[in-house]
Design a protein. Structure first.
Ligand code: C2E
Ligand code: CA
Ligand code: CA
Ligand code: CA
Length: 288
């Protein structure tokens, strides 16, 4: 019934609209509704797949883990970006079932790669605020880890700063429970939210993930250099791990290395790859 109301609203705007802005708005609304409708028709196993981007230890250059990034293969539109459909799934509630599928698929895959390499690989899974704060989230995660016979520290959960502002006490409960089990908690896009740094003290975090916008041109952009240097120093003094995302150039990597950043991720190492390709490039060569 929600979407019918929204459709009515879109039509009203369409008929009454006399300026470009209204048409633009109606068009966007129409597109959103279409995509929302298509999303409801999907079957996760058939229409979705995960890609994996390696997380590299910058000192040893070894593969330490990978971030799982979801993809939707749309029958007409081809690949739809998660930037588009995750927000839709968050709004219509599908993020809960989708998130469960993502977690299960990522852990299933990780189990195989751990067996193949004999390395304690860690998979990072992005979790939306509504997912993190949903009923039984912790139980769901634990049972998924057990189902795939993994250790808790084979899983890292990436959350954004905003969730720690939304419902402070529930968020703290959930994060504490996850951490107590041994699951790693990383703050994604660190430094881009509007939250204060006070949460670094209040929440049981494991890792800061330096946003790509700060990593870009770190070798020649003085502002970025200072921000990244400060985040790395902050993470060290607070006993947090630190990972840089969006490393695209050797010059950027050199500076991050020199600043003592532990882990890195980015096109310089690899773009996100489908499981089979990831396996060929990053797993096969580590085989025991
Ligand atoms: P994110 O979690 O910040 O993911 C990083 C994004 O940057 C990914 O885009 C990745 O492909 C891209 N990226 C990685 N390295 C580089 C680089 O060196 N240069 C550039 N220019 N980009 C790089 P992607 O896969 O399109 O995902 C976009 C966003 O969608 C993610 O941002 C995340 O917020 C969301 N997302 C993706 N997968 C999931 C998921 O499984 N669950 C949830 N809740 N959100 C997801
Ligand atoms: Ca992420
Ligand atoms: Ca990020
Ligand atoms: Ca992001």
């Amino acid at each position: 019934k929600n979407s019918t109301a929204a459709l009515g609203e879109a039509q009203k705007i369409n008929y009454e609209g006399i300026n470009h802005f209204d048409h633009e708005l109606a068009y966007r609304e129409q597109k959103w509704l279409q995509l929302e409708n298509d999303l409801r028709q999907t079957n996760f196993d058939e229409d979705f797949f995960l890609t994996y981007q390696p997380k590299i230890n910058l000192e040893t250059k070894k593969l330490e883990g990978m971030e799982a990034l979801v993809r939707w293969r749309h029958p007409q539109k081809g690949l739809v970006s998660p930037i588009e459909f995750i927000s839709i799934a968050e709004e219509n509630g599908m993020i809960l079932s989708m998130g469960e599928w993502i977690l299960d698929d990522a852990l299933k895959q990780t189990r195989r790669w751990i067996e193949q390499t004999g390395e304690p690989l860690q998979v990072a899974v992005n979790v939306s605020p509504s997912q993190l704060l949903s009923a039984n989230f912790v139980d769901l995660v634990i049972s998924c880890i057990n189902r795939h016979k993994l250790a808790a520290n084979n899983l890292e959960i990436e959350i954004t700063e905003e969730v720690m502002v939304e419902d402070t006490s529930l968020c703290n409960q959930v994060l504490s429970a996850l951490r107590e089990k041994g699951i790693s908690i990383a703050i994604d896009d660190f430094g881009t939210g509007y939250s204060s740094l006070a949460y670094l003290n209040r929440f049981p975090l494991s890792k800061l993930k330096i946003d790509r916008s700060f990593v870009t041109n770190i070798h020649c952009n003085e502002g970025n250099y200072e921000i990244v240097r400060t985040i790395i120093a902050l993470s060290k003094s607070m006993n947090l791990e630190v990972v840089a995302e969006g490393i695209e150039a050797q010059d950027e990597l050199d500076v991050l290395n020199q600043l003592g950043c532990q882990q890195g991720q980015g096109y310089l190492f690899s773009k996100p790859l489908e499981a089979a390709e990831f396996e060929k490039i990053f797993i096969a060569r580590q085989k025991v």
